[in-house]
Design a protein around this ligand. Structure first.
Ligand SMILES: [Zn+2]
Length: 128
């Protein structure tokens, strides 16, 4: 294979490099990852924000659960930095309450302002 002189497709690099691989667009794996990262930040800005916010919400709820909290109100959650705007459409449980899933936890709406925090039930192995 003949070596080809190319320009790295990462807009933050644009270095010259040689490659025998026709498909290679980036000078290194670092540049490939950096370009993908910035593309995602730019084109999927909303999803990136939502994902960050959801991870933050999960951290808040896991921390509360770890400290022994089983219920919380929306004002307290808001003060801790919980972002209600990024909730996915809630499920309904058997009591028709709204159930929001965050990681391995459920946030169940008890009233307009009060919530219960519970573990997502683990898959039960059927006993024969
Ligand atoms: Zn590069």
């Amino acid at each position: 294979m003949k070596e080809q002189l190319k320009i790295c497709a990462n807009p933050y690099c644009l270095a010259d490099f040689e490659s025998t691989n026709i498909k290679q667009k980036y000078c290194s794996l670092y540049c490939k990852n950096q370009a993908a990262y910035w593309y995602r930040q730019k084109v999927y800005k909303w999803e990136v924000e939502v994902q960050k916010g959801r991870l933050n919400n999960i951290k808040i709820l896991e921390d509360l659960k770890l400290r022994g909290y089983c219920s919380i109100n929306s004002i307290e959650l808001f003060k801790m930095g919980f972002d209600f705007k990024i909730a996915l459409v809630p499920d309904k449980d058997e009591m028709q309450r709204q159930v929001y899933r965050y990681g391995n936890l459920y946030l169940i709406r008890l009233s307009r302002t009060d919530f219960e925090i519970t573990d997502v039930p683990k898959f039960k192995i059927p006993i024969n």
